[in-house]
Design a protein around this ligand. Structure first.
Ligand code: DGL
Length: 279
């Protein structure tokens, strides 16, 4: 079993790029005293179009990197990684580490809230190709709520638009309209739409403008952060490991200045980033 002896144990937050910052932002609000390390695998983003095996391999490398930095708990703040890698990591790879090492995803906390929100019991999902093809959302939702009909549309252009800071452009308007129309052409009874990719909150204003009247848009950050807070309250032994000095480190597999510049837009504050090599 691999142990680490570092005294600082921040909570690891992982995403393929910048999207997980929308989740980290909410975690900072709910758990202001905790230390976090954010890791964006910007050199290999996007994950959404990659195969199961590749997403699993990349995600595992990042999770183990965060463990080696002292993290006991890592949140996959990425739906694609949660859909394609979480289960295998939990069932296979965590065995190599001590039992205090845990990995959690963003799908379960989101599923738990949508059932309370939908009246029509018709839920829409907007996500990456990987998340949609994995069927993780309908499977998880129907396990708990078999009466809910889930209809999904993949939005492959949205992450590149966001990663390239084009989310305020006219091009973004076009692709927002296109995917929302596609979703509602499949099911016009949808009254709740899950933004099933942590990048998408940056397009939330544009998406809300084109949604049919009365349809609710669910961004995950707040729910994932609340669920983490409750998890730490239930698992006091794990909470005791988490260091609490209100420190946040930002790591990226790409250029640190580029990351810092884009992350500052996501977070609305200036940050410093470090470039890392995974191996
Ligand atoms: N932010 C990620 C998600 O929630 C993935 C984006 C990507 O790398 O394609 O799915």
């Amino acid at each position: 079993m691999v142990e680490n002896h570092l005294s600082s144990a921040p909570i690891g937050v992982f995403d393929s790029g910048y999207g997980g910052l929308t989740i980290l932002n909410e975690m900072k609000k709910k758990l202001p005293e905790y230390d976090f390390i954010y890791l964006g695998d910007n050199a290999r983003t996007p994950y959404g179009t990659r195969s199961f095996d590749v997403v699993y391999e990349y995600t595992l490398q990042c999770v183990e990197y965060l463990f080696r930095q002292g993290c006991r708990l890592v949140i996959l703040a990425c739906n694609t990684a949660s859909a394609k890698a979480l289960r295998s990591i939990q069932q296979i790879d965590l065995k190599k580490w001590t039992p205090e090492h845990r990995v959690l995803g963003v799908i379960r906390p989101t599923v738990e809230v949508v059932a309370d929100l939908t009246q029509s019991r018709h839920v829409g999902l907007l996500g990456t190709i990987g998340t949609v093809q994995s069927q993780s959302y309908p499977l998880e939702i129907n396990k708990l709520y078999p009466d809910i009909v889930v209809t999904a549309t993949a939005c492959p252009m949205w992450v590149p638009l966001i990663e390239n800071q084009e989310y305020n452009s006219l091009g973004a308007d076009y692709f927002v309209q296109k995917y929302v129309d596609e979703l509602f052409s499949k099911d016009d009874k949808i009254d709740t739409v899950i933004l099933g990719c942590t990048h998408y909150p940056l397009l939330a204003d544009k998406i809300s403008k084109v949604l049919p009247k009365g349809v609710m848009l669910v961004s995950q950050g707040e729910y994932v952060a609340e669920s983490l807070k409750k998890y730490l309250m239930r698992h006091t032994e794990l909470d005791a490991y988490c260091s609490k000095n209100a420190k946040i480190r930002y790591l990226t597999t790409e250029n640190e200045e580029r990351f810092a510049q884009s992350a500052s837009i996501f977070l609305q504050e200036k940050v410093r980033a470090e470039r890392i090599l995974l191996k």
